[in-house]
Design a protein around this ligand. Sequence first.
Ligand code: SAH
Length: 392
Amino acid sequence: MAGIIVKPRARIFHGHEWVYAADILKTFGNPEPGGIVSLKDFKDRPMGTGIYNPRSQIVARRFSRHKEELDEDFFVRRLRRAWSRREKMRGLDPKLCRVVWSESDGLPGVVIDRYGPHFVLQTLTMAMDLRKQLIVDAIVEVFSAESVVERNDNSIRLAEDMEMVTGVLHGAVPGPFRVSTDYGSFLIDVTGGQKTGIYLDQLDNYRDAATRAEGKRVLDCFCNQGGFAIAAAKAGAAQVTAVDVSESAIEQARANAEEQGVADRITFVVANVFDYLKDQETAGTQFDMIILDPPSFTRNKKSVPDALRGYKEIHLRALKMLPAGGILSSYCCSHHVSTGEFRAIIAEAAVDAKKTLCLLAFHQQRQDHPILTGVPETEYLRGYTYELLAAF
Ligand code: SAH
């Protein structure tokens, strides 16, 4: 097998699974882009097997500490292992979850979401993309999947020199269908929906919002299919407003609310949240609970300062509309914005708004998106709930 000799002090010696171009002492045996490589340390000791793509900044990603082939048997074993972890996760419906989360499940670049008998696959690394059919065969074998759809329209693929594509890989295209959870029912449109159906990573956080919403005037900003808004309305919120810039998202949110019998208590607004908050602040509107769950404002390190300015603006405006005792729940799904930076921005917004915030709770991506301590990139969603205190 072709391979790579890794320089001393590379990240892979410190718990990470990636080898950057700068970490390579030399390659041997002429590895193929999208092929597999044997990884060795500078004393020629074996360190396992990785996937290889010299066109990516991350030239190799280790997927095994052993000598391993990427054949169907390998994928079946990895899927079974990921599945048995999901089955043991407390409170998780394993039929509606992220079944594979990349490095966290020993499959770098592979993301698989399950909606009952339907599966949505992303192959974000070249080696995994080349073995897409093996992965589909393994999904069918392990889960008796009715359909597997690829949603490879993620721009991360461009970094691996791959195109963005979507399509059906197994079975027939399932038309839009509904899935039910404790906190609402959602429309899944695996080929047409935004992202890959619904935001599975947030499902538990709807429950948290619901526990705080009773009797409150709630504002759900960046509501998408209305997960927070509907959970709040079902939990007895006095009034709920849900805002999203996407007309189709609002349409789905409204249909979901109707299905749950709470549409009459939710006002749906198609608007840019930045404009909406500004207008409502000027109008003197007040809410008792505001949820901010924006998309990632940055896809790279370079634009972090712009992203932080955006985060600051929405927090500042939201804080001005909360009375004492009001609740602010704020989420950040941008990996490039650190937890420290995000919390510092909220603290700064509170200073500028002359408000005192007290931290009530931490939130994170649901447990079916497991986080590896050695691979910080596996963690991306953080959230905080604050109470706005009356001035002392
Ligand atoms: N809270 C949602 C997920 C939000 S995803 C849930 O739990 O399901 C981010 C959403 O923000 C998307 O639906 C997108 O359409 C919307 N969005 C992006 N930019 C926006 C803007 N400037 N104003 C309003 N909505 C925006």
